[in-house]
Design a protein around this ligand. Structure first.
Ligand code: NAP
Ligand code: 8YV
Length: 307
């Protein structure tokens, strides 16, 4: 059987299917010459030095849609097919973005704590919150998931606007300039890929544009937001609220951010339901098994689509 290198955890269902087709190796026990296939995830990816050390590598199958932790152009240059799991997680990640937005607007965590602490009984009703209805929502990255977020927000009657590098064929206003869009928005939802092109594009100016009544939601990658500038803006009142699923140095989350009451923090669980992770796992394995069968893959990343 061909030799597969496993990077990071896989589900039992993935393991059972992969074991039937590959000899699975862990990072502490493999012969680089023998590895033809790699299974990894969006967080671990494949380190450049590891990829360079695998002369016979043919496929890197990623459990996740974001592949910023794999050097896809370098892989493509060597003829290595990189695959990911687009579309099967759109709805789940969109739900996570909406959940964070609603939790921030309606102070879900504050009011949950108010009931648990006994303050409701001791002090009476808690402070009023903001309505999430009729807001101008700026989507940074109107791709597969960004569009699902726009669709999922429809019952709250938003005005959707967006910033991408290229204008899309959609009925929403496009902004060339992210700071200009932030100035016009109540909420900014980040759902671009990570990587150098989006590194810290949500900077102090963008957050100042959102302003003291603005809400920043990040379900993309921690690298997309300047985290130090965000902590400063949230602490000083220059930015109102943040709902975050991803962080610059995750799983480390700076204490200053954890101490802020105007944040809702999740441990990168945008796609983390049984149902969606099963679908992602199936597609991750399907890509590998199809390659064994006929040399093709199902969902190559754009950089490898021509291979
Ligand atoms: P997609 O369909 O490729 O959409 C990406 C969007 O971002 C496109 O509209 C693209 O438009 C825009 N974009 C790319 N680079 C940009 C830049 N430099 N400036 C502005 N806009 C830019 O990807 P997707 O499937 O929606 O996934 C998006 C990302 O979500 C993933 O890459 C991943 O990082 C993240 N994600 C997070 C979770 C989670 O658990 N929190 C789960 C899944 C995905 P243009 O090319 O026209 O700019
Ligand atoms: C995963 C993600 O949690 O798909 C992505 O890009 O960020 C998440 O769905 C991540 O890839 C780890 O597998």
């Amino acid at each position: 059987m061909p030799d597969l290198l496993q990077i990071g955890g896989i589900t039992d269902a993935m393991k059972a299917r992969l074991e039937a087709a590959f000899t699975i190796h862990q990072l502490d026990d493999f012969d680089p010459e023998k590895i033809t296939h790699v299974v990894t995830n969006g967080h671990d990816g494949v380190k450049p030095e590891l990829m360079a050390s695998l002369p016979n590598l043919q496929v890197i199958s990623g459990y996740g849609v974001g592949y910023d932790a794999v050097d896809a152009p370098a892989a493509a240059a060597r003829g290595i097919k990189v695959t990911h799991t687009p579309n099967v997680l759109n709805q789940e990640v969109a739900t996570s973005a909406v959940l964070l937005m609603l939790a921030a607007y309606r102070e879900l965590l504050r009011d949950d704590a108010y009931v648990r602490s006994g303050d409701w009984e001791a002090k009476g009703g808690s402070a009023l919150t903001r309505s999430a209805d009729n807001q101008t929502v700026g989507i940074l990255g109107l791709g597969r998931i960004g569009q699902a977020i726009a669709d999922k927000l429809a019952p709250w009657n938003p005005t959707i606007v967006y910033h991408t590098r290229t204008k899309k064929d959609v009925p929403y206003k496009h902004y060339d300039n992210l700071t200009a869009m932030a100035k016009d928005c109540d909420v900014l939802i980040c759902i671009t890929p990570g990587g150098p092109a989006t590194n810290k594009i949500v900077n102090a100016d963008v957050m100042a544009g959102l302003g003291p009544k603005g809400t920043l939601i990040n379900v993309s990658r921690g690298s997309v937001v300047d985290e130090a500038a965000m902590i400063d803006a949230l602490s000083s009142g220059k930015l109102g609220w943040a709902g975050l699923d991803v962080f610059e140095g995750e799983p480390h989350v700076p204490q200053a951010l954890r101490d802020l009451p105007n944040t809702v923090l999740l441990p990168h669980v945008g796609s983390a339901t049984h149902e969606t992770r099963a679908a992602m796992g199936d597609l991750t394995v399907d890509n590998l098994l199809q390659h064994l069968k006929d040399g093709t893959v199902i969902t190559a990343v754009p950089e490898c689509a021509h291979l």
